[in-house]
Design a protein around this ligand. Structure first.
Ligand SMILES: Cc1cc2nc3c(=O)[nH]c(=O)nc-3n(C[C@H](O)[C@H](O)[C@H](O)COP(=O)(O)OP(=O)(O)OC[C@H]3O[C@@H](n4cnc5c(N)ncnc54)[C@H](O)[C@@H]3O)c2cc1C
Length: 463
């Protein structure tokens, strides 16, 4: 009996996909990479995942988990083929325990759907990635996603209390349903950020938080992007803790205005600052932030109008897709796109990135979660021109040199996959030892992170 027949014994035929068009479509995520799986399987429970992974292990077949496929570094692209597990069929919210501050979910639950369910109780799951309307909890855990509100609320890692995981040798549980846990190795934490290279998450117990009573926003315009960066550092140095502190440079502002028609000032840079909490506290904090920025910003708009705040956030979340409509024949590619630097180094980092862009004659749009030092620099290139890729690669290499020189790190939230593999830091040999101990046949998302040894312009989706 062939492997496909054995798969049909585990999962019903209507949840197994083998047509060329399906395999082609499942070969993409939101990165520059593409490769087709041999078969796609859509499990509906942990038992099915366990059976499939055991079968794959017996036959040394690669297994790649996929949530919504919004990863930006090729994490969900099955570069060596094999079985692609579409986890979106496991999308039940199993439990919401407000009095115990946790919920239990399957990995295919969409972030926004979980928050819709929690909002009924006045609670939320805070990490807030820009892709939150579509991305799954499993994908968020596997990449340690975070977003606009990480400055105050932290990243996905800070909310994972327990996990059920399918390793090649079987299904196991780690962590607890308690807020505190000092009992042994915290393997659940190791799984966060492992990008599907160790096991498949089949259930997650997540900490939740009460929704703030009030939110208000300040939009500060600057005639110099470095001044905006200095503004960020001053807000933090003054002991203020906004719930979001985002930066957008001129390229990003113009891209959003052009593509989305959103009303933003024509500035060199903008800071979008959100404060949340009790009404009185929100008012006081916004006033303090205004005082800190008074000498640096040209203009500051304040609003607590829900419609205007929603418009401003829509604009901020729309930067990434808007950049691909910035110029003729140009698209925005995620290369060096989410490095983190110490907060005080933001002005110098932005200045250095601009110098590098000028040197190679390329356009780089910089935006991101400046409040926690996490910058997104999207490179705009013509994907049909080889020269364009080469220049981008050289520029990106130099960008990472700057990042490490400033004490930063290659990825603050999007992960490593293929696109950032050459700049992964830490002791790679230890990572390989952990991988080998759990996955000796190297079937779990092989070839990613520390295993990717080639350049980044590989398995390109652009032919
Ligand atoms: C427009 C846009 C905006 C974005 N904004 C942000 C942002 O603000 N912050 C941020 O952090 N990221 C952001 N991202 C990146 C991406 O959305 C996140 O990394 C997200 O968490 C990925 O979730 P997903 O469900 O799409 O996972 P996928 O892309 O499907 O998978 C990502 C990785 O997780 C693994 N995986 C998925 N499910 C499982 C599972 N059950 N078990 C084990 N491994 C699994 C996959 O193998 C892969 O390695 C953005 C992407 C886009 C396109």
């Amino acid at each position: 009996m062939g492997v496909l027949d054995k798969i049909y014994e585990i999962v019903s035929k209507d949840r197994v996909f083998t047509s060329k068009s399906d395999l082609y479509a499942y070969g993409f995520d939101a990165s520059i990479h593409h490769a087709m799986p041999s078969v796609v399987v859509k499990p509906k429970n942990s038992e099915e995942v366990e059976e499939i992974v055991k079968l794959a292990n017996e036959h040394c077949i690669p297994v790649v988990a996929r949530g919504a496929g919004t990863a930006l570094c090729g994490q969900a692209v099955p570069i060596y083929g094999g079985i692609l597990l579409d986890m979106t069929g496991m999308n039940r919210i199993k439990e919401i325990r407000i009095e115990d501050l946790y919920c239990v979910v399957e990995p295919g639950v969409i972030y926004a759907k979980l928050n819709e369910a929690l909002a009924k109780y006045g609670f939320f799951f805070p990490p807030t990635p820009g892709s939150g309307d579509v991305c799954t909890i499993g994908g968020m855990i596997a990449v340690n996603a975070s977003g606009m509100r990480a400055i105050k609320y932290g990243a996905t890692r800070d909310y994972v209390l327990g996990l059920e995981i399918v390793f090649p040798y079987g299904r196991v549980r780690f962590g607890s349903r308690t807020l505190k846990n000092s009992a042994g190795y915290q393997v659940e934490r190791l799984i966060v950020g492992s990008e599907g290279t160790l096991g498949i998450i089949t259930e997650a117990t997540l900490r939740i938080a009460p929704l703030p009573e009030k939110r208000a926003v300040a939009l500060a315009s600057f005639n110099d992007v470095v001044k905006a960066g200095e503004g960020v550092a001053s807000i933090i140095a003054n002991g203020l803790l906004p719930s979001a502190l985002e930066i957008m440079d001129k390229v990003c502002i113009q891209a959003v205005k052009k593509a989305m028609g959103i009303d933003l000032p024509d500035a060199e840079a903008l800071l979008l600052i959100e404060v949340d909490g009790k009404e009185k506290v929100v008012r006081e904090e916004i006033e303090k932030i205004a005082k800190v920025l008074e000498r640096k910003a040209d203009k500051i708009e304040f609003t607590d109008d829900e419609e205007r705040m929603a418009e401003l956030w829509k604009g901020r979340k729309g930067v990434l897709p808007s950049l691909s409509r910035y110029g003729e024949d140009m698209i925005s590619v995620s290369l060096a796109d989410d490095m983190s630097v110490p907060i005080s180094k933001i002005p110098i980092a932005i200045k250095e990135f601009q110098k590098i862009a000028k040197k190679y004659g390329i356009i780089v749009g910089t935006y991101g979660h400046a409040g926690d030092g996490n910058l997104h620099t999207k490179v705009l290139i013509n994907p049909k021109k080889e020269e364009s890729w080469k220049d981008a690669e050289k520029a990106v290499n130099e960008i990472y040199e700057v990042v490490y020189r400033l004490g930063g790190i290659a990825s603050g939230e999007h992960g490593i996959g293929i696109t950032k593999a050459p700049w992964l830091n830490g002791d790679v040999a230890t990572m390989e030892r952990i991988k080998k101990a759990i996955d000796p046949n190297n079937i779990m998302n092989p070839g990613k992170m520390m295993q990717w040894k080639k350049g980044i312009i590989a398995y390109l989706r652009y032919k």
